[in-house]
Write a protein that binds this ligand. Structure first.
Ligand SMILES: [Ca+2]
Length: 446
């Protein structure tokens, strides 16, 4: 009995042992739940932190985008509109390969002259052909933008586009972006991003592709190199020409222009001025900065002779290699301040492919009408990254500068490829180094 009692005293009863076991199981269970909860909570916190971090990075990048845009626009505004060339302040942006800090982010920015490109909305078929585009593509591009629905011999209108698996209509209006070209029959991504056989294949998608030779907007303000409004030679009376030009147009020259208009009718091109026999040629060349065929504030579709690539200049001017080299050399040393200064060089050149528009008295009359020495449209290119993050984002904007103010017309983020991965950061004046000046990250080399 004693042993039974002692055994009862020393060993807990079976019921008690069961309860202890249950408590242990319960404790393990609670610990397990708490641990699972803690793991889930920490994962949730990590996810939230990650999301917050990502939101913060996005926020920082957005601020850097805005900051970069404002910076480029301010540089464009402070440059004024006298002459735009590789020597302009805006052209130097981004060349030093530096990422500029802005709060907790960095940005790189560069500005490109849209008037350095051939305007896809105003270019003639001849200019497109000289740029290297095939006849069928030229026809299709013109059909896309012209108002009618009559296809050119090798072109395409809505009747063609509506028969495609995913049908759409021809725009019959101006191109809004260069990428819109991809909707046009015969324009493939390969053609748009690589080019027209003018560039090496390894430069596909980089600067110098067809995309970089064409623009939907280009032009210059209708003012002199000193910012004074030009005079419409088809409308102004002789006294107005003298008064508005502050005497730059002499009484004799003004009367001669008025007389020509009276006898021969309206001036069709600025080159017609060389037919006004009463004005000596050097004076016409000097006056060309003051004279215009329009009284509109901005002359659309112009190509800036100071910034255009050799391909674009060749397409517009139709001059032989030697003359082209002379133009490039002259602008590098001393950018053209007026189309008159360019006329001097162009008049000495003979057309590479004589066309019906080339008249003996003035070798390049129409070319003068399409030229500018400054620009009203620019592309701003931006790269941004948040501090501590390797993710780079790119954006692109088209801006217009008129009367000293810069306004954004289009803006969008762009992918790396095809897109900002191919942007060059070197000089814009027709030099396209393939491996130099690639965008690099601070602390990552390159
Ligand atoms: Ca059409």
């Amino acid at each position: 009995m004693n042993s039974a009692i002692s055994s009862r005293t020393c060993d807990p009863p079976a019921a008690f042992r069961n309860r202890k076991g249950q408590a242990l199981v319960m404790a393990i269970f609670v610990v397990a739940i708490l641990t699972a909860g803690a793991v889930a909570f920490s994962q949730m916190v990590r996810t939230d932190l990650k999301a917050a971090r990502s939101d913060l990075d996005t926020f920082r990048r957005q601020i850097a985008f805005r900051g970069g845009m404002r910076y480029a626009m301010a540089v464009l505004e402070s440059d004024g509109s006298g002459t735009d060339s590789a020597k302009s302040g805006w052209a130097r942006l981004g060349r030093d390969e530096k990422w500029l800090p802005l709060r907790d982010a960095f940005f790189r920015v560069q500005v490109r002259d849209a008037s350095a490109c051939l305007n896809i909305n105003t270019a003639t078929a001849e200019e497109m052909r000289r740029l290297g585009l095939e006849e069928s593509v030229v026809d299709a591009l013109i059909d896309w933008r012209d108002a009618d629905d009559d296809p050119s011999p090798q072109g395409a209108e809505s009747s063609y586009y509506e028969s495609l698996p995913v049908p759409y209509r021809a725009k019959n209006g101006y191109f809004d972006t260069a990428e819109e070209l991809l909707l046009v029959k015969g324009v493939t991504p390969d053609l748009l991003y690589r080019g027209v056989g003018l560039r090496r294949a390894e430069q596909a998608g980089q600067d110098g592709s067809l995309l970089d030779l064409l623009t939907p907007r280009s032009g210059e303000e209708n003012v002199t190199a000193d910012g004074k409004p030009r005079i419409d030679i088809n409308k102004a009376a002789a006294w107005e020409m003298q008064e508005k030009s502050e005497g730059a147009v002499s009484e004799q020259a003004a009367s001669a222009i008025e007389k020509y208009r009276r006898e021969k009718g309206q001036f069709k091109t600025l080159g017609d001025l060389f037919k006004v026999t009463d004005i000596p040629q050097p004076e016409i060349i000097r006056l060309l900065d003051w004279l215009s065929l329009s009284d509109k504030p901005v002359l659309e579709g112009r190509v800036n002779i100071n910034t255009a690539s050799p391909e674009v200049l060749k397409a517009v001017l139709n001059i032989p290699e030697e003359a082209l080299r002379a133009v490039l050399k002259r602008r590098e040393e001393n950018p053209f301040r007026s189309p008159g200064e360019a006329a001097e060089l162009l008049n000495a050149a003979q057309p590479a492919q004589p066309g019906p528009q080339d008249e003996a008295s003035a070798p390049q009359p129409n070319a003068l009408d399409g030229l500018a020495t400054k620009s009203a449209y620019f592309y701003i290119r931006l790269l941004v990254r948040a501090e501590g993050s390797q993710a780079v984002r790119g954006a692109w904007a088209l801006v217009k500068r008129a009367q000293g103010r810069v306004k954004a017309l289009q803006w969008r983020e762009v992918d790396r490829s095809p897109g900002w991965g191919g942007w060059q950061w070197g000089p814009p004046e027709g030099k396209y180094p393939s491996e130099t000046n690639r965008p690099g990250l601070p602390g990552m080399g390159g």
